[in-house]
Write a protein that binds this ligand. Structure first.
Ligand code: SF4
Length: 379
């Protein structure tokens, strides 16, 4: 059995070099389909025997993305465009994009014009989730995605295979939730960076393969003595919390991450696909169960309450809002959730996530000040 550290290092390597995984799958004759953030029905891709692979940008100072994306575009979409335009995603059969905000809408058009060798399949997940017509509409959208995937890749997607893929994804969700719980007993080993590596690596691996590795990791962690963490604990919320250098600042200040509500991480795993007879309907129903996310409309927004519950359940000291630069959606929601959390008696810290720079010094200063503040509040 491999050591916990060896497993985490492997996952960290995958996160640092996703291209290696892309080449690995292509080398095995697999078709690989790129999945833009945030909620792609990957199960359709998986059911066709293909590999869904996450497209979450990366730290890059865009040189040519500006031809298509203005400088006030969120940095994650700018970096995705930069990588698309510079051939970093070559090998993908196509990409899937759900138009969840105006930036996605612009990106879907820019991609079509700029990245001609990788076809894009855009689709819409309806925001008015209370209308009866919304479900019919989404089923039609997913059918159209399924048909386009079959046309472009030549891979057949059957209902039987889709039902099996749904089980693979639900099992993966459960495994990731278990990891998040077990990790909190071993905060000496599962640092902020290590936790992120386990979570993010799921975007670059076939899900059953990733489930196997995370289960091996969970078994390894359970065999270790429980750690009595003496430092502080926080919950992260936002789109992403990267890069590693940023996460290392938490560790340097003896802060552990004991939960998250990040679009790249736990939002991916917290909503299972419900039971049912028809796999397309099941896949559709998952969209209507999602909650507490800035990209999903709710008449009563419950993200603040969900974060307060996470704080209580994990005995955490505060919330760190990782605000993606130029993400209007998250910027609108930030003051509302910050007020709710502070009314509940917990502090919040807001740091900016910007994939176009390597400079984390402003965040370092903020995290240091936040550490002093929570040390004073909860000795
Ligand atoms: S939700 Fe925010 S981060 Fe995501 S594409 Fe839209 S603006 Fe960018």
């Amino acid at each position: 059995m491999r050591s916990v550290n060896a497993i985490i290092q492997e996952l960290d390597r995958i996160v640092s070099h996703p291209r290696v995984m892309l080449e690995k799958y292509l080398g095995k004759g697999k078709k690989v389909v790129g999945c833009f953030p945030i909620y792609i029905p990957e199960e359709l891709v998986h059911a066709g025997g293909m590999i869904p692979m996450g497209i979450w940008g990366g730290q890059v100072s865009p040189a040519i993305a500006g031809k298509y994306s203005p400088t006030f575009t969120c940095s994650i979409m700018r970096s995705c465009m930069e990588f698309g335009l510079t051939g970093k995603y070559q090998g993908l059969s196509c990409v899937l994009l759900s138009v969840l905000c105006d930036t996605f809408r612009g990106t879907s058009q820019s991609w079509r014009i700029g990245v001609k060798d990788i076809p894009i399949i855009p689709f819409i997940q309806p925001q008015n989730r209370e209308s009866k017509a919304a479900k019919e509409y989404l089923i039609a959208e997913y059918r159209s995605v399924r048909n386009r995937l079959e046309e472009i890749t030549g891979c057949k997607i059957t209902d039987h295979a889709l039902s099996k893929s749904i089980e693979v994804y639900n099992r993966h969700n459960q495994t990731m939730r278990e990891f998040a719980e077990v990790a909190n007993e071993h905060l000496d080993v599962v640092s902020a960076k290590n936790r992120h590596a386990v979570m993010k690596s799921s975007h670059f691996m076939e899900k059953a393969e990733h489930t196997g590795i995370v289960q091996e990791l969970i078994a390894g962690l359970k065999a270790l003595p429980v750690c009595e963490w003496k430092g502080k604990k926080v919950i992260l919320t936002g789109i992403t919390a990267e890069p590693n250098e940023l996460l290392d600042i938490f560790t340097a200040n003896k802060i552990a991450v004991v939960g998250d509500d990040l679009a790249q991480e736990s939002r991916q795993f917290r909503t299972d696909i419900p039971d049912g007879d028809n796999p397309m309907e099941r896949l559709t129903d998952q969209w209507f169960l999602r909650k507490g996310c800035s990209l999903v409309f709710e008449s009563h927004r419950c993200r603040g309450d969900m974060l307060i519950n996470q704080l209580k359940e994990n005995n955490a000291d505060g919330i760190v809002v990782c605000l993606m630069k130029f993400c209007d959606i998250e910027e609108y929601e930030y003051p509302i959730i910050a007020q709710q959390i502070e009314d509940a008696g917990y502090p919040t810290l807001c740091i900016e996530i910007d994939q176009s720079t390597q400079d984390n010094e402003q965040s370092r200063t903020k995290i240091q000040s936040f550490t002093e503040m929570i040390n004073d509040r909860r000795p």
